[in-house]
Design a protein around this ligand. Structure first.
Ligand SMILES: [Zn+2]
Length: 187
């Protein structure tokens, strides 16, 4: 089945399948990729963001991405829709700029030297994924933030789990570790 990334996980609930205009808008710019492609996209975003995140809200974004680990959750069972990220309204503008820098860093192969003993991401595929992810990321506005996404995500974690235990990193990949470990090591 693969993984589909949309701008918004939101809708659906109160929109009948026959509402074509709604679904056309919901699916606009959506990015389809094989499961392995989604793992690669998360790998390179984690490598880039591990080197670029400075603030707590930025590190939370990277922990969220590292949780999208198909080895832990099952193939295809990840949620990369843009408004599923734990956006913090108080830091929205700087955090959106940060996410765009993470994407650009991935284009510049930030941290890829740590992958050398595993694989070399396919340049053409990576460009397609990053370009598509960037188009979706650029659509995000403060008005799209659903505050409960952040609060529910934080509530779901125990105090001794990332993102509540001081943002540990993988010593090999310099990526932020999530509940299940380092996504780059595992997936
Ligand atoms: Zn690692």
């Amino acid at each position: 089945m693969g993984v589909m990334i949309c701008f918004s996980f939101g809708g659906g609930d109160d929109h009948p399948l026959s509402d074509r205009a709604y679904w056309d808008e919901h699916m606009r710019d959506s990015l389809h990729m094989p499961n392995g492609g989604a793992a690669v996209l998360v790998n390179i975003l984690c490598l880039s963001g591990g080197r670029l995140a400075e603030t707590e809200s930025q590190k939370r974004m990277m922990v969220y991405l590292a949780e999208q680990n198909q080895t832990a959750l099952g193939l295809g069972n990840v949620d990369l829709d843009i408004d599923c990220l734990p956006w913090d309204r108080a830091h929205f503008a700087e955090d959106k700029a940060f996410m765009l820098r993470v994407i650009e860093g991935a284009r510049q192969k930030l941290g890829w030297e740590t992958l050398c003993d595993r694989y070399e991401p396919n340049a053409e595929r990576v460009k397609y994924y990053l370009d598509g992810y960037q188009v979706l990321m650029e659509r995000m506005t403060e008005a799209d933030i659903k505050d409960e996404v952040l609060t529910e995500w934080l509530d779901w974690h125990d105090p001794d789990e990332p993102p509540k235990c001081g943002f540990p990193k993988c010593s090999k990949h310099d990526a932020y570790i999530a509940l299940y470990g380092c996504q780059v090591c595992m997936d």
